[in-house]
Ligand binder design. Structure first.
Ligand SMILES: Cc1ncc(COP(=O)(O)O)c(C=O)c1O
Length: 400
């Protein structure tokens, strides 16, 4: 007998979680591994947010909430969109879910018919194609090479759209590349989309606060207001407020889509944890100083990694414009031999070699749809990053 449905058969587990598991397995055997696989801020959640959670629990906010979220959290999200992004949404236009991931899952479940296509500019967040497949859709992978800044160009988008296209996914700053779209870039994509009214846009803006070199964030919704009735803005508190484990994501979008997403939520998980929702209100409405401090630390780490990696013969790295990853090019290692005589056939072999010989866990580019690269997370201390770069350097230097 099979325990697994045909729907699940095509779906892979998360590659970044797998890299992290492999690192943990080596550590359990006593090997000293640096895990740069998973992307989550290493800072503690700011104390005023934790205090708000305590307060909410003690005050009896311990019951189920409405499926779309408490009135307070939806109001806090709507005012965040107004204040930070210049977007005109009310609390009725907002839903919260257990992470941005669940928002995306619910949106796809609400909309995809079998065979509907979702355009995924590659490199993409590892979960996008797997969710699309799980929900009966067809991921359409569109390579966005480093030469175009890892950004989707309007003519490439135009060619990828068909009568079956249901969604275009955008993610900025991007995981894993750190690529950011300017307002002009977004308007140019919007002009293409205006000609294809069947296409919805999912703009994943979860890294919006982690932007470098003085860049200003422009939401897709702000750049293309004419597409408001087919745009879902996805965001969450995980990355900006060091709240990955609290599991709160949120979205703004057209009412019929949000209603469908709420129905799914009401029949699957009922609601997001009431205490985590109270913490989210404190995060969004409270002081924002920590967000700026985290951003600065991420920029210093980005600088350290760019300088360190670029010194390594055989690796390349375009400076990431945001987020907390480095998507490192390893084309010149492919086809070469490790000291044990193993040919590095692809970036999965490179990541494997770096794990076993360099003792650094990374995620191969194949998981993000654009090779040959590997991704490291830079969301760790400068000391750990310095040591990781030295180890990567030592391992790469031994490749013949
Ligand atoms: C682009 C992108 N979207 C969404 C998520 C998940 O966010 P959440 O923790 O809110 O589910 C991640 C996490 O790595 C991400 O990189």
């Amino acid at each position: 007998m099979s325990y697994v449905s045909s729907r699940l058969a095509a779906v892979k587990p998360s590659a970044s979680m797998a890299a992290s598991q492999a690192a943990k397995a080596l550590r359990a055997k006593g090997v000293d591994v640096i895990d740069l696989g998973l992307g989550e801020p290493d800072f503690p959640t700011p104390m005023h947010i934790i205090d708000a959670a305590h307060f909410a629990a003690k005050a009896g906010q311990t019951l189920y909430t409405g499926a779309a979220g408490t009135p307070e959290v939806r109001e806090a999200v709507a005012s965040k969109f107004r204040r930070e992004n210049g977007l005109d949404y009310t609390a009725d236009d907002i839903v919260v879910a257990n992470g941005a991931k669940q928002i995306i899952f619910n949106a796809l479940m609400a909309t995809l018919e079998a065979g509907d296509e979702a355009i995924l500019p590659a490199p993409y967040f590892v979960s996008y194609p797997e969710m699309v497949k799980l929900l009966g859709g067809t991921p359409v992978l569109v390579e966005c090479p480093e030469t175009t800044g890892f950004r989707l160009a309007p003519d490439v988008l135009e060619k990828a759209i068909t009568a079956r296209t249901k969604w275009l996914f955008l993610n900025m700053p991007g995981n894993p590349s750190g690529a950011v779209y300017s307002e002009a870039d977004l308007k140019a994509l919007g002009a293409v989309l205006a000609r294809h009214p069947q296409v919805l846009v999912l703009s994943d803006e979860i890294y919006e606060h982690i932007l470098f070199d003085g860049r200003e964030f422009v939401s897709f919704g702000k750049a293309c207001p004419e597409l408001k009735d087919r745009t879902l803005i996805v965001n969450g508190v995980a990355k900006s407020y060091a709240m990955t484990g609290w599991r709160v994501g949120y979205a703004a979008g057209p009412a019929p889509l949000l209603k469908a997403m709420s129905t799914i939520q009401s029949q699957s998980c009922t609601s997001v944890c009431s205490i985590a929702q109270a913490a989210t209100v404190a995060a969004l409405n409270g002081p924002q100083g920590e967000v700026a401090r985290f951003r600065q630390a991420f920029e210093a780490r980005r600088d350290l990694v760019v300088v360190g990696i670029r010194k390594i013969n055989g690796l390349t790295l375009s400076p990431p414009e945001g987020a907390f990853y480095a998507y490192i090019g390893c084309a010149s290692l492919i086809g070469r031999k490790t000291p044990k005589g193993v040919v590095l056939e692809d970036d999965a072999a490179v990541a494997n070699y770096l794990l076993n010989e360099g003792r650094v866990a990374s995620v191969p580019g194949v998981a993000y749809g654009l090779s040959p690269y590997f991704r490291i997370s830079t969301a760790t201390s400068e000391e750990v990053l310095t040591e990781a770069i030295a180890r990567i350097n030592g391992a790469v230097a031994q490749v013949e």
